[in-house]
Design a protein around this ligand. Structure first.
Ligand code: TYM
Length: 413
């Protein structure tokens, strides 16, 4: 049993500490798109499918594991190690040690994160944002929050500008409801604030060839040219802080690892443009509720709990979730469940259980002393109560949008 618990809590960062040869550019370190997209596993900014081996992703993306030295550095600054770091939900990084040294030395850093408003927000999206708020509170940092409404319009052949605008509005309510400090947080909506991004994006675009971009993002002859031209727009907020502050300013991006291709091309041009390379802290994905692999996705509503779901919808989604359970109660009692392959278990572990509760849940599950119905009932109850509280904050956010907009430029809805 102890061996199983060790497996659950294992963290093999030390084995892979040799990765990350800085003499290579980041695009050279990362995979060519076709190399990691085998038939069953796919991790791109627009699509995540299959059973992801996160250690393999670290190697293939050329990032670094969050090891005990990084956790020590965090502890020195914050006096603690955040549960999502302890659980290795945030598992990978680029230049996080550099950022933490800067914070320790009292230097100003910026945080930068974002959302592509292709639908309503689900609980997976909230994870990097809640962690970003934690960092903002601990470091006292300014935050740029980008909404790539242009990206999501271009990506989907079916979405109209009006639909994307409605999702942008709804998503802004979720972002504000996280509780970011309004005096230190600015929301950038690409189609509203493009004049602040475009001059930087032009400088970036000029330095990236089509063949690099094809290799990193998997663009092909059938990709529309809007998508091909888009990446510098997501890269631009990495350098905006340096322009605001009038000197090179370090930036840390908390996000799931699907966004990494954007940062690879950005890091390649940063120093040539006189800026620091943007640093990243990468998370895993909150898994799809109805499958063994893949992530929660707003384009597949049955895979996720949304911030606007009614309690009965949450109940229904959780009750019909895939689990790691056996086919019958008798078999479950006899053989135990497969907690490691169970989205309900991971969802509870990352979102609601504390580590001790979760470790106990794990042991009870694999030894046949816990039935799936109990875990589902815990998850449904916790999710309903979490979403009810968030909905109240969303309501209040309606009057506060203007306060958060970059340069106070209005988002009219
Ligand atoms: P988007 O809208 O796909 O995702 C928003 C954020 O949520 C993360 N994410 C998840 N995290 C955990 N579990 C999941 N199932 C899950 N699904 C998505 C994403 O990694 C992201 O952090 N192009 C971007 C928008 C963007 C952005 C940024 C994101 C613009 N600038 C800077 C991060 C940082 C997008 O479409 O994200």
């Amino acid at each position: 049993m102890n061996k199983d618990l060790n497996k659950l809590n294992s963290h093999n960062s030390d084995e892979i500490s040799s990765i990350g040869n800085d003499s290579l550019g980041d695009t050279d370190k990362g995979p060519k798109n076709s190399e990691y997209e085998d038939a069953s596993v796919r991790v791109t900014p627009w699509d995540v499918e299959g059973q992801i081996d996160y250690d393999r992703l670290i190697k293939e993306f050329g990032t670094q594991s969050i090891d005990s030295d990084i956790l020590e550095q965090f502890k020195k600054i914050t006096g603690e190690v955040h549960p999502l770091l302890k659980l290795h939900y945030f598992f990978s990084h680029r230049d996080l040690d550099f950022i933490l040294h800067k914070v320790e030395g009292g230097e100003k850093i910026y945080l930068y994160t974002g959302r592509g408003p292709s639908g309503m927000v689900h609980m997976g999206h909230l994870m990097p944002w809640m962690f970003t708020k934690y960092l903002q509170d601990k470091f006292g940092s300014k935050l740029l929050f980008q909404l790539t409404d242009d990206e999501k319009f271009l990506y989907s052949q079916d979405r109209t500008r009006e639909e994307i605008k409605r999702f942008t509005y709804e998503n802004i309510l979720d972002i504000i409801s996280i509780g970011f400090d309004p005096s230190n947080t600015k929301i950038i909506v690409d189609t509203v604030h493009i004049k602040h991004l475009y001059p930087i994006a032009l400088e970036i675009a000029k330095r990236i060839t089509f063949s690099t971009s094809k290799a990193v993002f998997g663009f092909s002859g059938s990709t529309n040219i809007g998508m091909i031209g888009f990446p510098p727009i997501q890269a631009a907020p990495c350098f905006l802080p340096s322009i605001i502050e009038g000197r090179p300013t370090p930036v840390l991006i908390p996000a799931a690892i699907d966004q990494d291709p954007y940062w690879r091309i950005t890091r390649d041009v940063a120093e040539k443009m006189g800026f620091y390379k943007p640093a990243q802290i990468h998370s895993k994905f909150l898994p799809s509720l109805n499958a063994t692999g893949g992530k929660m996705s707003s384009s597949k509503p049955e895979t996720a709990v949304f911030t606007t779901d009614e309690p009965e919808v949450i109940e229904k989604k959780v009750c019909s979730a895939y689990t790691g359970g056996q086919a019958t109660v008798a078999l479950q009692r006899l053989y135990g469940g497969n907690a490691l392959g169970c989205p309900v278990f991971w969802y509870l572990r990352y979102f609601f259980d504390d580590q001790k509760e979760s470790d106990e849940r794990f042991v009870k599950c694999i030894s046949g002393n816990l039935l799936c119905g109990e875990c589902k009932s815990d998850l449904a109850r916790e999710s309903k109560s979490f979403i009810a509280a968030l909905k109240m904050r969303r309501e209040k956010a309606k009057d506060r949008i203007q306060k958060y907009m970059y340069e106070n430029e209005p988002f009219e809805f």
